[in-house]
Write a protein that binds this ligand. Structure first.
Ligand code: ATP
Length: 359
């Protein structure tokens, strides 16, 4: 098992002018870790993964596998296993021939190759499928063949680029659990690219959230969800509300802010938040940390319901907050019978779960 380090890695494409597709990225992925690059389309996650694979060389910066500098090494000198969105299997070959491909290139002997192919197919729960044709398999099975083909060469790192995108919702959930099981059993350092935040949260040990080529935050799913570093992360992960609230007073780790309804609450803040009295704090609050109350309750935010979205687990209320021109909030609540669009309601924020974010 090895760790993977990206040190001040940037990539500029000649055709794209001055803007960097990947801009000064520093990441250390621990040995055996399942690490995800997450962000919207065009944020630079695929370019980052391709530099780790060796398909692109960085314009500047270094990439290390353990202590070995691989920055300028071609892909075939890096021992990486790749899995792609479109599987990239050979349709005219059998499952076993597909899985054996990397071994053939590496001139592994026939008996050894057969043994390792069987082992890899068992690993992905496709034992006995060796003689099947690729087009006889479902999408989920094909993606497991692609995984077996990547693992059979015993790579030092496993790189996965949106491998579940072509599967339907149900199969995606099953296959993501399957990928995680296989990765854990193989104990292989893995980098996973996705734009799907639910997928990233469910699978990852840690996540790097990227935007415009830059890493916005690195942390566990819990850290990123509960303590987003800035407004981009707060809004991209889940569906956070970000309120601009006047600061009444502040300590090193908390900020007292005034709510539009006149109430005053204490909210946790990151180190070196730099906020002082009369500054404006940006405070993130998750929809599930908002409750309904009487609009007359002291300190309540009051507003008018503009939309009700039933999600199964709760209902998202979209509420226009009184006295706040841009103050639309989403609250995930159990809706009392009879509540409908246009009603006046009160909202109570759970200050214990709120968090000060940077702009
Ligand atoms: P997606 O999810 O849509 O694949 P991404 O986050 O993986 O997006 P990248 O594919 O890494 O993003 O692209 C980052 C930026 O670099 C984009 O602005 C893209 O247009 C640009 N880019 C990527 N590859 C090239 C290339 N070969 N030549 C020029 N520009 C490129």
């Amino acid at each position: 098992m090895i760790d993977v380090t990206l040190e001040s890695v940037s990539k500029r494409f000649a055709r794209a002018g001055d803007t960097a597709a990947v801009d000064d990225v520093d990441i250390n992925i621990a040995a055996g870790e399942f690490f995800t690059l997450l962000g919207p389309s065009g944020c630079g996650k695929t370019t980052t993964l391709r530099m780790v694979a060796g398909f692109y060389f960085p314009t500047s910066g270094r990439i290390r596998f353990g202590t070995e500098d691989v920055t300028r090494k071609p892909p075939n000198k890096r021992d990486t296993g790749m899995v792609f969105q479109n599987y990239a299997l050979f349709p005219h070959m059998s499952v076993a021939q597909n899985v054996a491909y990397g071994l053939k290139i590496r001139k592994v002997g026939r008996a050894e190759s057969r043994r390792r192919v069987e082992e890899a197919l068992a690993q992905v729960h496709l034992g006995g499928y060796g003689t099947r044709r690729i087009d006889e398999l479902s999408g989920g099975q094909q993606q497991r063949v692609a995984l077996a083909r990547a693992l059979v060469i015993r790579p030092r790192t496993l790189l996965l680029d949106e491998p579940l995108s072509n599967l339907d919702a149900k199969l995606r959930e099953e296959t993501r659990a399957e990928i995680r099981r296989i990765q854990r059993e193989a104990g292989i350092t893995s980098i996973y690219v996705t734009h799907d935040q639910a997928e990233a949260m469910a699978m990852s040990d840690r996540i790097a959230v990227m935007e415009s080529g830059r890493v916005q935050q690195i942390g566990s799913p819990q850290e990123i969800y509960h303590q987003p570093a800035n407004t981009f992360v707060a809004r991209f992960i889940g569906r956070s509300n970000v309120l601009s609230l006047p600061v009444v007073s502040a300590t090193a780790t908390t900020v007292d802010v005034r709510l539009p309804g006149g109430g005053r609450i204490t909210v946790a803040a990151p180190p070196e938040h730099g906020l002082t009295e009369s500054a404006t704090a940006l405070v993130s609050v998750r929809p599930e940390h908002i409750g309904l109350c009487a609009s007359t309750e002291e300190g309540a935010l009051t507003g008018r319901v503009t939309e009700l979205e039933f999600t199964g687990m709760a209902t998202n209320l979209i509420v226009e907050i009184e006295g706040e021109p841009e103050g639309v909030m989403v609250a995930a609540v159990e809706v009392p019978a009879g509540l409908s669009v246009g009603d006046q309601i009160g909202l109570r924020l759970n200050a214990d779960r709120m968090w000060v974010v940077r702009p």
